[in-house]
Design a protein around this ligand. Sequence first.
Ligand SMILES: [Zn+2]
Length: 290
Amino acid sequence: MPEGDTVHKLARVLDQGLRNQPLIRVELRGGVRPFAHATRIESVRAQGKHCLIAFDNGRTLRVHLGMHGAWHRYPQPWKNRGEVHVRLETEKEVFVCLQPKDVELLDAREMAKHPVLSGLGPDLLAAEEPDWDWVQRRAQQFCPPDRLLGEVLLDQRIAAGLGNVYKSELCLLGPLPEGKGNPFRPLAGTHPFSPISVCRPEQLRDLFWRGRRLLQLNLGGWPRTTTHDASRPLPGSQARVWLYARDGMQCLRCTATIQSRHQGLAARATFWCPQCQPMDTWKEFHSKKG
Ligand SMILES: [Zn+2]
């Protein structure tokens, strides 16, 4: 599933390709009601994992890609190769969206009162720094103490943008106090099935703070990386992630075998190291390999 960084990058590409370009064709399928006349797109932006496409007729198209959705971009002339859910055409290019989880067209009133959008926590990729006290309060508001940490990190009502990859990685990297240290270096690990009560309030805030830094550092053109700053040249072939999809392989810190299990109602794949990430407590890492 695309995470906040991917959706923000997609929104940027859509915005660059579509903003203020005269639209020659707009098609929406999959239960979306008929499209009122629009001549151009005013902006495309991301809010958490939602892509919001604002037309000049006051309507906004909300697209959530979910697990299987994707956007494709083609030069004109483009021949339709089958059913698409969204099709936005300019004279130069065609943008199509396939298999999204949600597509809906909203007027200004519906946007303001949207049950999902208005319930989102602060966007971890917003230009302005999120109100971290508010994030902390939302975690307390929405999560009983026995809620599992992996599920809490994915709860978009607390803060929007983290997905399944960052969820697993953050439980090994640990809380990083704001502005202190290397966001790619593990400081402390706990099991993603530990309850949220394993975190003191400031630790939870520092986990989300690290999440924001990692999302920001992955907005470039490289594949998502949680082990090093991919904007700089690296020696050799370094693994891009600590845990995600590495079950059965060696932990990059301690060489124990990485485990995996599904978590939550959505049965999301979850990865951890049994040595570095004890249940119900944090294991602090005092040296690079310790
Ligand atoms: Zn380990």
